[in-house]
Design a protein around this ligand. Sequence first.
Ligand SMILES: Cc1cc2nc3c(=O)[nH]c(=O)nc-3n(C[C@H](O)[C@H](O)[C@H](O)COP(=O)(O)OP(=O)(O)OC[C@H]3O[C@@H](n4cnc5c(N)ncnc54)[C@H](O)[C@@H]3O)c2cc1C
Length: 390
Amino acid sequence: MDKIIIVGSGFSGSILARKIAEELNRKVLIVERRNHIAGNMFDEYDENGILIQRYGPHFINTNNYAVIRFLLKYSKLFRHDTKLLSFIDGNYVRLPFNFRTMQQLVGDEKSEYLLKKMRSEYVGRDRVPIFELLNNEDESIREYGKLLFEKAYKTYTAKQWGLQPEEIDKSVLERVPMAMNFDERYLNKDFQYLPENGYTELFKNLLEHPNIEVRLNTDALPHIEFDEDNHTIKYDGENVELLVFTGAIDELFNLKYGRLPYRSLDIKYDYFNEEKILPSEIISYPQAIGYTRKTEYKQITQNVPKINKTVVATEYPIEYDPDKNVGNIPYYPVLTENSKVAYEKYFAESKKYGNIFLCGRLAEFKYYNMDICIEHALDKFEKIKQILEV
Ligand SMILES: Cc1cc2nc3c(=O)[nH]c(=O)nc-3n(C[C@H](O)[C@H](O)[C@H](O)COP(=O)(O)OP(=O)(O)OC[C@H]3O[C@@H](n4cnc5c(N)ncnc54)[C@H](O)[C@@H]3O)c2cc1C
């Protein structure tokens, strides 16, 4: 039989591998460039027994119970409402910016009027994107929008993306809206969870199937061969029946339409002989130079050892460059008008082959969260099933 190849062992690749292996009883080869499974969700215990998510903090949050039901097959989950603070003008304020932030930033008296005004303006709305505040007819709401924009969004965006806010796709800035209440949770989704023993354990269970072979430390690209005339694919010289690709799409086609922009992170760790060091599990620093966020993992995970030691991870956004020692992992697709046009060329190229499925944040060049990747992988399986069952 021709081969089924899945490139990448993040949620997109691993879910499809499991479904194909289990429900279609077909052998699947997962090829993974890194030395571990679980993609960006990879976590491991450090020498103090603290579970660290090596590619930044990841929280499962979704309104779709099907996502939770699927994950529960592979790990117990525990409820975790993520809470963040932002350090602005020397003070910690709540993030997402809520009515309490407003009181902290403009004072009780001024915020009294603003609070009433916003409540009446945005009736029934839980969260409102910053752009709506900036464009509101009421001058005081606009002014408050400007204050948030100048003190937080503008500088954060410049660091995170290496771009000015007007250059980046609006959907990216809309990801951190203002809460129209005193809700302290970072996200307002119905289901907010973390895997009981971490993500890597969940992925191990997901990939534990006799039909799945995982090949680590292997870049798939040198093994893949496209026949552009007949629109067929070979892997190590053998015919490929299905190629699921979850890596950067421009790399799959040898950068033929130029490199797509991705943003990377340099994550640095500081150890402290303290029980706890930060006032919240994650702090955002819009005004700091070079870095955007700090995460104290002890505050995130369960069953934390009772020791006077803790670790804080600081994220420094940097340009993605596959040839450098630091910054060689594409974390975020940089969505601009130009990059979206360039992506479409690669997407059209993939469509010439009836058996390539692009899946996930990098291959689809979208700012997807895990829940969307999981939903899409489950949906894509239904389409893949039709191809493989023919
Ligand atoms: C800092 C950070 C924080 C985040 N926090 C959250 C959060 O709190 N909640 C949330 O829902 N989402 C979060 N996300 C998003 C989440 O990481 C993505 O939705 C998820 O990783 C996408 O899964 P994936 O399988 O598509 O891709 P990935 O996890 O990136 O997996 C792709 C895999 O393909 C491999 N690969 C690529 N190219 C090749 C190749 N040529 N050969 C072999 N292997 C290859 C890679 O090594 C990688 O393992 C966050 C992302 C980042 C960067």
